[in-house]
Design a protein around this ligand. Structure first.
Ligand code: SAH
Length: 314
């Protein structure tokens, strides 16, 4: 059922969301005018569609096969085609066609925001959500809809791991989304994301986390290395971790073209690989420890870019 989850992107890229800044290469600062609705062509060799048979079907029409079958059954009932309040945009309100259109629009908007997060620096993502915090909810509704169909969610693997660790550990969940880890485990978890959509979350760019140095025993990035400046996030995790503290990374495997080169870069950042789980066909789960070596300065580090993870349009 999971075949074809991460296919190369072929559909036209969604319209660009204006953040007021240009896409930038890591380490470069840019200032430019907003470019509303400018088509952003996929960068050659960099797009990485993130679709599963199940999830992609869900995002294409907003409904799974089963849901579509149920919807057809509902439509066949007498009176089922009567339109209700046309201002209703929820997938559960309105007529079948309204629900379908609302789901399609939400899916398109989710993909657009997702692409923006993967192809710009985190400062642009901060700006995007500052201008319209509602985008964050749209993004997360789409993300939840996608991840609900995955056979394994990396976040659940991480929660199971924490269940077996001492309760005394202090954990940082960097790019926490809804802070599900904090809600599920015994340890103290500091949860950070671009927008705080519940009281457990502290809003910040994880390139700059409001915690003192060496505050954490464990730092987690679960599908959260999104900005083109993701190396800044890793440097920040290095600052936040105590010596021999654990860095746990869960990422979409196909984002990393050359794992050994990536591990070499992480070594340069002061992290030694201690465990690698590539048994899942779509996610790689990695454990590093913070070594006593200092991180290499930017000019010495051979940065390995990660491919953006783009959800395919159906
Ligand atoms: N870790 C959660 C959410 C993954 S979605 C889970 O596995 O369920 C990726 C999350 O990373 C999003 O919530 C996104 O807002 C967050 N993110 C991406 N870049 C970020 C940044 N620079 N600072 C803080 N959060 C970031």
């Amino acid at each position: 059922m999971f075949a074809g989850l991460f296919e190369a992107k072929s559909a036209a890229a969604p319209a660009k969301i204006a953040t007021g800044k240009k896409k930038a290469k890591p380490g470069t600062s840019t200032e430019s005018k907003a470019r509303p609705n400018k088509a952003a062509p996929p960068r050659k060799g960099q797009s990485n569609a993130f679709t599963a048979k199940g999830p992609a079907e869900t995002m294409g029409s907003g409904l799974s096969k089963k849901q579509r079958r149920k919807q057809r059954q509902r439509e066949q009932k007498p009176g089922a085609d009567k339109a209700t309040d046309c201002t209703s945009t929820g997938a559960t309100g309105g007529s079948a066609i309204q629900r379908k259109m609302a789901a399609q629009l939400a899916g398109a908007h989710f993909r657009q925001i997702n692409e923006e997060l993967y192809t710009t620096e985190s400062a642009d993502a901060v700006e995007l959500f500052r201008k319209d915090p509602g985008f964050f909810e749209i993004y997360h509704a789409g993300f939840r809809s996608q991840s609900a169909h995955w056979p394994v969610r990396p976040i659940d693997v991480l929660v199971r791991w924490l269940d077996e660790q001492p309760a005394s550990l202090v954990v940082g969940d960097l790019g926490c989304g809804d802070a599900q880890i904090a809600a599920s485990v015994r340890q103290t978890v500091h949860s950070f994301d671009l927008v705080a959509n519940n009281p457990r979350v502290t809003a910040c760019d994880v390139a700059n986390v409001p915690l003192p140095s060496a505050a954490l025993d464990v730092a987690i990035f679960c599908l959260a290395l999104m900005g083109t400046n993701y190396v800044d996030f890793l440097r920040e995790a290095h600052r936040l971790l105590r010596l021999r503290g654990i860095l746990k990374i869960a990422e979409v495997s196909s984002r990393v073209e050359d794992l050994p080169a990536w591990f070499a870069m992480l070594r340069g950042l002061g992290f030694d690989l201690v465990a690698k789980d590539t048994s899942n066909t779509h996610f790689v789960l990695l454990d590093f420890v913070k070594s006593s070596r200092p991180s290499q300065p930017a000019e010495q580090l051979d940065v390995v870019p990660l491919k953006p993870c783009i959800y395919k349009r159906r």
